[in-house]
Design a protein around this ligand. Sequence first.
Ligand code: HEM
Length: 428
Amino acid sequence: MKLIREIWQSIVRRDPLSTDKGKSELVFLNVWLHIHPAKVKKENLRFKHSFYLGFITFFLFIILVTTGIALMCYYRPYPPQAYQDMKDLQFAVFMGPFLRNMHRWAAHGMVVCVFLHMCRVFYTGSYKKPRQFNWVVGVLLLLLTLGLSFTGYLLPWDQLAYWAITVGTNIGSYAPLIGGQLRELLLGGHSVGEAALLRFYVLHVAVLPSLVILLTIVHFWRVRKDGGLSRPVWKLKPQKQEALVTIGAPAEAVPLHVAAASTDKTYGLMEVVTGKPIFETITPEEEEDTVFSYPYAFVREAVVLMGTVTTIMMMSLFMNAPLEEMANPAVTPNPAKAPWYFLGLQELVSHSALLGGVVAPALMVLALLAIPYFDRNPSRRPGDRKWVLWVFTLFVVANIALIIVGTFFRGPGWAWVPPWVHVVARPE
Ligand code: HEM
């Protein structure tokens, strides 16, 4: 028993969890957990502050990686095997449909949640100093998420996949000068074919996930270094701008001016806990507002993880990912639609190729990247930011409205069709 305890201690190297020191050490002596501070602000744990949307996005990505690796065992990225492997998954592989469904619904979920997470960060003004750069990292993550979903769309090699990617890459090719070349580089030719499938596969399973992992690490690191989550607006009050750190015993205390304190920091330099005071970085008043990450933050995150996995599993039990006939370049479905998140752009393209293919996407990305640097208003209170909130809300509503129009109101020849007239024009 003593030996087992010694081995366990050599691995965890910390005091028992019943002590405050043990709870802190659990976090900062653990390679995975030390992305958290040992203590967090109570109000930041409230569901209504962040809706845990960043975590849900991250957990969906984990589901995608795990189910994706399993799918790779059954999938060969060249036609017509790619399609046949899909059929095998559907009919021959044990729990194949469930695996494929989980991957598909988690992918759609990630696109939705990353967008909602961005909206939460915007509406709470959490992109403001010192978090400007993390917002930019976030925008890149949003683009990578769309890229991951788009490249995965082609892999089943059915009619839906083939024509969605044909339409999607056509939208991109309207960009002046480089549009055509970019499309050719992506497709490995003039049209979607064998080369395109292989390139999309490489991007989907290697390049883009690696970039997402890399940027997610930077993103989390910045959340931590920017002082944890921004304080909920209702809790903001004027804070002192300077911190005094006192080193040594009180009698020989040397006040040392370190730096201007962040007004909404959720942790100190190091988490020093009752019983072992070496130095102090937070006031007793702030200390009262905090709780140990273990168990308070971890339990909530575990619940969110279980909720996310359960939701995706339930969806996968009851809803099947579509699989149409094998891709056929000679038979164009009418209408051929891009993946749903690009349907707003396709709707714009139907009015003006330049607007939908170039101006709107370029403006959207540039505007998103520029937001934290152009919005100089330091206040995060909604009352002080009325017009920015209106502009952003307009952007969100316009995006959603165009996607709804493209999804439900467009029929053959891209003509206006009310959704209750269920017209799905089948290829001849
Ligand atoms: C793969 C995509 C992403 C993942 C996995 C992710 C994950 C997270 C997590 C776990 C947090 C802390 C908890 C929370 O807010 O729920 C967070 C915070 C943050 N995220 Fe993201 N995020 C992603 C994309 C984005 C996007 C698209 C943006 C904005 C364009 C963004 C901007 C931020 C900012 C500024 C914070 C700090 C918020 C604050 O201090 O309140 N993130 N992210």
